[in-house]
Every structure is written in C-alpha cells, then in structure tokens.
Write a protein of this length. Sequence first.
Lengths: 240, 154
Amino acid sequence: MNYGYYPGCSLTGSANKLDKGIRQVFAKQGHTLKEIPDWNCCGAFEFGDRKELSEFSKKNLEKARGLFSEIVAPCPACYKNLREADEQNEFAVTHPLDLFDDAFIGSIKPVHDLKGQVFTPYYGCILLRPKETAIKRTTVMEEVITRFGGEVAGEKVKDRCCGGNQIFINKSVTEKLSKLVLEKSKGTIVVFCPLCHMAMKTFSGERKVIYFTDLLLYIMGENVPKLQSKIERGGKEETT
Amino acid sequence: MKNNDQSRVFDLTDYKRQDFSVCLGCKICASVCTVNDLSENTNPQDILQKLFLGKDIPADEPLVRYCTGCYRCTGACPWNIRIPEVIRALREELAIESPFEKAFKGSLSIWGRVYEPYVLLMAIPFLLKGGYMKHMTRWMEYMGIHLPHKVKRA
C-alpha cells in the first residue's frame, strides 16, 4: 500500500525517533510512505484564529492533491489539523494507530516478548479527543502489549493530559500534570505523541518513556541493541 | 477585556454569540477540566456565560492562562462545545503570547516550518529565566540536529 506521509515539524527534529520508527514499521509491513512534497507546518496549537490555522493544513492538502488519496500523519496535532482542514473528506487522513489493525498485529513475527514487564500505554489528549477526529483503535497499544506477554498498567491515566502544550508557556503546569500521570502509572510509559514524549521525558526522572513504534520494533527484533536495555530494564524496574 | 473586543473572539472561532445560549450551566466542563488538577479554581462554563452576556474576562483567569487544550471539557459537554478553541481565541485577543510562541511563529514566517534550533535560540532569555536550561541535557539525548528546510510554496 502507498501512503502520502505528513511527518510534521517535530518528527524532523525532537521526535526524529518516531519518524524513523514509523518508516521502519511501515517498511517492514511492505507499505510505502512518500512525503507530501514541500509540506509546511500545520500550525499546531499556536493560532487562535481557526481560519488562519486551517489555511496551513489546506495548503498541505493542496500539495497532496493528485498525488495521494491516503495520508498518514503520526503527530496528533498534525493529524487533527489535517483532518479538520479536509472538510469535504477528499482524503483519507489516517493516524498510524488506526492502521495497526488485527491483521497487522497478527502478522507480527515476534523475536522478543514482553514477559515479566509492565507498561503504561499513554495516549494523551488529542488522539482521543475531540471525538470527531479521535482515533478508532483506542486500545491498540494495550492489545499489542498483552498479546506479546507484557502487563498493562495505568489505565486510568491513559487519556489524562500531560500539559505538554504548556511546557514552553508555564513549565510548572506541565511539571505538575506530567507528574500526576507518572505517579498513577507503572513501568515504562509508552507514548505516541511527540509533545507527550517531551513532557514525560523532561519530568520522568529514572522512569523510561518510549515511543510505541520502538516497542513494536523491539518485538519485531529490530534495533535491538539500542532498545533492549531501555525496554527490558525500564519495564522490570517497577516490578521489583 | 473590553466588551466591544469580544466580537473578535467570536470571529476567531467557529462560534456565534448565540451558540453559547444553549449552555445548560451543568458545569460538567469544570468537573473534568485539567486546570482544576492544578489546584486552580476555574469554571469554563463561567467563561462561556461571560462571553454570551458580554461581560469582562480578566487576563489572569486561570483557564485563560493555563488551558492545555486537552478537550476533556468538549468530550463531556452535552453540546460538544469546543471550549479550548474559545480559550485559544481569547488568548489571541488578550495578546497572551509566550516568547516561545513568538519564536515558533517567527520560524514559520522564515521557513514555513518550525526549525527547533532557531526557536530555542530566539527564546533563550525566556528559557534561562524560566529554569529550562537544566532540562537541556535530556532534550539533547533525542533532539535531531538538521539544517532548516525552506518551504517554497508556503
């Protein structure tokens, strides 16, 4: 399957691990991701004017027109902005988590399992709200963790806010909210959002925070030297 | 905020003043609001009511300052009112903008994308003052360094 790919600004910088992870996971499944040519920033949450914000994503859709019908956008902010800008539903703007369906999970040939390890799948806000743009597969991370032998914790905080949006405005807000999530969760925190990743990593101390794509790659036996200590140590620390 | 500026708040959102007349005053938005997790006392319904009635909203109202855009309120609201977007418009109207947000927009106007090294550089006085530098080592662990890409058809 060929998909148009909208990485967004974070994935070229602070979330480059997520970008690499997505590309690797899709390649392993035989899918092709092709970037929307010359894409521009989606505006994230920084604009109070809805029309101004929408214009950024409309430009991106314009650039994708005629080239792609399905667009994959891993960053929750980009995904939401693109979905909302596509008023006529001309494109299938999809989040990767919605593409990780039963067939996908079933096709994974595990090299490593997650036995004896605890994980808190943390979705954050924008993947689950508002309902018009929320992902459909809201338990996909739990499904993968339990299928490969891991233990799931922290269900009650999976949709709480880490305050990542405020990290460069009022840091104390993010610190307090992230710590609330960290306190009410166990083991390694598994995230998908670049902003959640940054907020959690900043205030997680010794706790491990990883992208879901890295967990998938670890199960698939990819990048193992890099991921092994992070995943195995992080998951077990909390169980002892 | 002066009453006559409130029309701009509505212009910035997809809402009209009368859209808030449906608010039932159930305060379910307040019961789920993330800002209240911060031991701040806020009530989003109160802001909607003030906008509907044309009453002043102070810039130091906790929700205006600390709204994280989590949409928990919208998810709980019987009318699905997108309160975070109203608050974002209020922040715009009240010209509440952190130096980081300014640098973010600056990067967009130069390259059409957010170039993180530029944003961090432009916001350095703010980062120094705000105690952010102690986090820099950890950020550098996963920050990807690359040259900026200039969007041609921005």
